[in-house]
Design a protein around this ligand. Structure first.
Ligand code: SF4
Ligand code: SF4
Length: 437
């Protein structure tokens, strides 16, 4: 969309709103468009944090400092409270820092509950028998379902962002957790129509179902869909009964085997070897390529980008953006896999901690590491993560597939001048620029 076609802002949260429909150029209250957009940005980042906090709380982990920040952030967007552009930039940075704390909290909750992930191979086919596909991000829902289906003969499959669940010892121990089906969240209509199984949606990134599988789909936790039975609490009996009533799946070989579960410990156990390989010139650069995938055509960039990277580079990945390229066989560098899946989007904290440790190991700052971040964004968790990365001082991030729509020229100027944020362009040219060749 041409900039001129964009609304300058949109706010209809109070009765003064222009023409009774919405302030779109400047608030009747005097709020400037950039302030309105920075308020939206802050709300989007806090929504992302809320999702992580929800899953941490499910496992019994909370943090009063983060809760207090959320109150402050929401209140600052209230009518006639805060009209200060600079304060909203500062609040966005604070949101980034609080999101680091939030991601640490969730990681602690996951590790203390299910153990630290370990590199694990995951099948992508089906095994004869009744089945349930679990989608979303809810490790707790998945683990409880696995416990409740043990010994029933029902096989459980993950979809999309639940792939990393296979790396957790407390989850992979269930032998009837068979594998991962499909790719990123937006293939679910096709995938769920294809397999005659019960389906459980555990979090965000569930789509309004097609009629042909609506009655065999269920939601739990924060997810709700029209005409779909919602399970309150963790008794998944209706899902299990539905799975038993459906035809059995046949044995079907998948397209390949995926490897996930590269935790902080797994990677840092290799740190001396990594240092040697970097100093010997065998590893030229690390790339963190991932984030939230979107169905936009332009997101094909990420597969092309990874395909074109030279052999002396390592790709760290996380979130569902990995499904753009995690079927590629990138090989290894002296035994270190060239593709390392760190987990879900909240495992950005693992990437941050690995980068911090490598920076210490090489005696440099994060921005001096041979590391480039190439991130895709789709929704509000990615906004929180972007601000986390900016808050810890990461510069020169490449972002795609598009510039967030709430960013206007003023905000873009700040992002470029202060953080050297770049938009993805052409994979070949971007790689040349990143490698300085
Ligand atoms: S808060 Fe301000 S910008 Fe928003 S609707 Fe009211 S007058 Fe308009
Ligand atoms: S990584 Fe983002 S887009 Fe992908 S499934 Fe998770 S929240 Fe959704």
């Amino acid at each position: 969309m041409d900039n001129k076609e964009k609304l300058d802002m949109f706010c209809y949260q109070c009765s003064q709103t222009a023409k009774g429909t919405g302030c779109t150029i400047r608030g009747v209250c005097g709020k400037e468009a950039t302030v309105a957009r920075l308020q939206d940005n802050l709300l989007l980042a806090t929504k992302g944090m809320a999702a992580y906090l929800y899953h941490a709380r499910e496992l019994g982990y909370t943090d009063t400092e983060i809760d207090a920040f959320l109150e402050k952030a929401f209140y600052s967007t209230f009518t006639n409270v805060n009209f200060d552009v600079e304060e909203f930039v500062r609040l966005a940075i604070e949101a980034g820092k609080m999101n680091v704390k939030t991601m640490k909290l969730l990681k602690k909750a996951h590790i203390e509950t299910y153990g630290e992930p370990e590199p694990t191979q995951v099948h992508t086919g089906t095994v004869k028998g009744h089945g349930i596909i679990v989608t979303g991000h809810g490790l707790k829902a998945l683990e409880v379902l696995l416990k409740q289906t043990e010994g029933t003969g029902i096989n459980v499959y993950t979809h999309s962002e639940l792939l990393p669940a296979h790396g957790y010892p407390g989850i992979k121990k269930y032998k009837h957790l068979i594998g991962n089906l499909g790719k990123a969240w937006f293939d679910q209509k096709k995938l769920f129509s294809k397999y005659p199984v019960a389906i459980l949606g555990t979090s965000n990134c569930v789509l309004i179902p097609k009629e042909d599988y609506r009655e065999r789909m269920f939601t739990t936790g924060p997810a709700h869909l029209p005409g779909v039975q919602h399970i309150t609490g963790y008794d998944y009996t209706p899902v299990i009964e539905k799975a038993k009533s459906l035809p059995e799946l046949e044995d079907e070989q998948g397209e390949g085997i995926l490897t996930t579960g590269f935790s902080k410990s797994a990677i840092l156990s290799l740190k001396d070897k990594i240092k040697q390989l970097v100093l010997a010139g065998k590893i030229r650069r690390f790339f963190l390529v991932g984030g939230c995938d979107s169905p936009l055509k332009k997101a094909e960039y990420f597969r092309e980008f990874v395909k074109q990277l030279p052999q002396d580079t390592i790709v760290l990945t996380l979130a569902c953006g990995k499904f753009r390229f995690n079927d590629l066989n990138l090989g290894d560098i002296d035994g270190i896999p060239r593709l390392l899946d760190l987990g879900q989007c909240n495992d950005s904290i693992v990437a941050i901690e690995i980068a911090e440790t490598l920076a210490e190991l090489f005696g440099v700052g994060i921005n001096q590491l041979p590391l480039t971040l190439v991130l895709s964004w789709m929704e509000q968790k990615a906004v929180a993560i972007l601000w986390s990365l900016l808050a810890i001082g990461v510069k020169g991030i490449y972002l795609g597939p598009i510039l967030p729509a709430w960013v206007n020229d003023d905000i873009l100027k700040v992002l470029i001048e202060n953080y050297d944020l770049r938009l993805i362009g052409n994979p070949e040219e971007d790689i040349k620029r990143m490698l300085g060749s």
